[in-house]
Write a protein that binds this ligand. Sequence first.
Ligand SMILES: NC(=O)c1ccc[n+]([C@@H]2O[C@H](COP(=O)([O-])OP(=O)(O)OC[C@H]3O[C@@H](n4cnc5c(N)ncnc54)[C@H](OP(=O)(O)O)[C@@H]3O)[C@@H](O)[C@H]2O)c1
Length: 247
Amino acid sequence: MRLHGATALVSGTNRDLGRHFAEQLLHRGAAKVYATARRPELVDLPGAEVLPLDITDPASVAAAAAAAGDVDLLVNNAGVSLGVNLVDGDLDKIRMTLDTHFYGTLAMIRAFAPILAANGGGAILNVLSVLSFQSFDGNNAYAVAKSAQWSLTNGVRLELAGQGTLVTGLVFGPTATETMKAYAEKVMEGGALPHGVMNDPADIVRTALDGVEAGKIEILADSFGATAKASLAGDPRAFVLETASAG
Ligand SMILES: NC(=O)c1ccc[n+]([C@@H]2O[C@H](COP(=O)([O-])OP(=O)(O)OC[C@H]3O[C@@H](n4cnc5c(N)ncnc54)[C@H](OP(=O)(O)O)[C@@H]3O)[C@@H](O)[C@H]2O)c1
C-alpha cells in the first residue's frame, strides 16, 4: 500500500510507538493522520487531526468511525501491559488486558472495515508482540491477549481479502518506550532487560511502515520476533521469552 497520500488513523498516539506511527506517517506524506488518544489533550503532533478514542468503549469507537470516514489505513497500536499472571493475577486486570488487545482491536476492525471497503480496500496494521508466540512469567495475561490478537489478525485477513484490505501483523520484542523502560526498571529490577537490548521505537515503526508499503502480511521486525516465530516449530518448552539471550 502506498502511504504517500493515504489517510491513516492510529490509536494511542499520546506517547511512544503510537506517536512515532503518526509522526512517521506524516513524514511519509500521508494526506491526513487521525491521531487518536483516550486523553486527546496529551497529543502533541503538529499536522495531525486529533480525535478522542477509547477502543474499549463502543460509543467512542462508533464516534471515531463516524468522524473518520475517509480512512484507508488503520493502525491498531493501543495497548496495556499490566504485569499480571494468570493463576493468581487480578482477574479484572486480566479482563482489561483482553478487552484492550483483543476486543478493542476487534471493535476497531468491525467499525472500520466498511470504511476501508468504501475507500478502495486499504490496510490494517495490528501491533502484535513477540509475546503473541511466547509466554513471560509475570505478564502472562498480556501474552494471552497478544496471542489472541495474532489469531484475530489471521482470521480478519481471510474475511477481508474479498474487499481487498491488506491485514498485517507486526511482531517484535522489547522496545524502549517509556512504559517498557519503567516496566523493566520496576518489574525486572532493571536487570533482565538492559536498555541496550531493547529496540529503538522509531526503528520498529520504520520497519513496520516499510512492510505495509511492501504489502507484507506479517512483519518480524527484530531478532526477538524471528526467534519467537521459529520457536513454534520446536519443543513447547521453547515458547518462553528469553530476554537475556535474544538480543
Ligand atoms: N514497548 C514494547 O516493548 C512493545 C513490544 C511489543 C509490542 N508492543 C505493543 O506496541 C503497542 C504500543 O506499545 P507502547 O510500548 O508504545 O505502549 P505505551 O507506551 O503503554 O502506550 C500505549 C498507548 O495505548 C493507549 N491505550 C491504552 N489503552 C487504550 C484504550 N483502551 N483506548 C485507547 N488507547 C489506549 C495509551 O493511552 P493512555 O496514555 O491513555 O494509557 C497509550 O497511548 C502496544 O500494542 C503494545 O502491546 C510494545
